[in-house]
Design a protein around this ligand. Sequence first.
Ligand code: NAD
Length: 251
Amino acid sequence: MDEGKIRQLAGLLAGAGRTTFFGGAGMSTEAGIPDFRSAGGLYSRDTGLAATAEEVLSSGFLESHPREFYRFYRENLLHPEVSPGPAHRALAWLETAGYLTGVITQNIDGLHQLAGSRRVLELHGTVHENFCTSCGKTSDLEAMLTGDPVPVCPACGGTLRPRVVLYGEPLDPGIWLEAETLVRQADLLLVGGTSLAVWPAASLAESFRGTLVILNREPTPLDARAELVFREPAGQVLEAVVSLLDIGKTD
Ligand code: NAD
């Protein structure tokens, strides 16, 4: 780890009026959840179906092949056993200590909130909430684990579906507006663990005109515009910054 760059990042955080974090699946790889586009990510896996992972996780596929969709969804996107990793914990500490205004995430795993982050905007929804397509009643992740294989509403026996934005579906306009505002008001934007390949989410980072820092193992389309680029695991970088700022909890 380059100590000079860690000091620079700590300086940017200390000097910024408002800092926002925008991240994706790479924020959870150190916790044990595979991302999509890295080697070993979900896209490189055989779905066992005549469709790619991206096609399976689409509204059209859910409609035409519900049984296959739910088998794939349970096996690949539900990780109830996983705890927050170093990246999630460090961001929660940064927010608590007043260095971060909020986290905008493309992730659906809920790990930022579990780590203690309070202002989290989930652009693509969450696996922790489901709703019944018949009665509308909501239920938790546990309810998604029952059914053969199509999940069943515990209240009325209708079909459950996750509150997750699938490919081909629009984002929640209220969350999007709040995310745009958070980015517009920031003078420092940290972007981490995202290939910036999924739109419109990536346009949030694209539209930002302040000081940009990228924490991503692989090159991104915005590297050339960034003040600092880190290729090390994001959790290690953020932990080092937290330690330098002396704000991490010790328990
Ligand atoms: P992506 O797979 O396209 O890109 C992840 C990026 O993170 C890659 O460029 C990779 O190099 C980088 N990366 C991986 N581990 C890293 C680490 N420890 N430190 C720094 N960089 C790291 O993911 P995306 O851009 O978020 O887009 C994929 C979509 O998939 C998102 O919409 C997201 O909702 C969904 N998804 C979510 C989860 C989750 O909730 N944990 C998991 C898989 C996919």
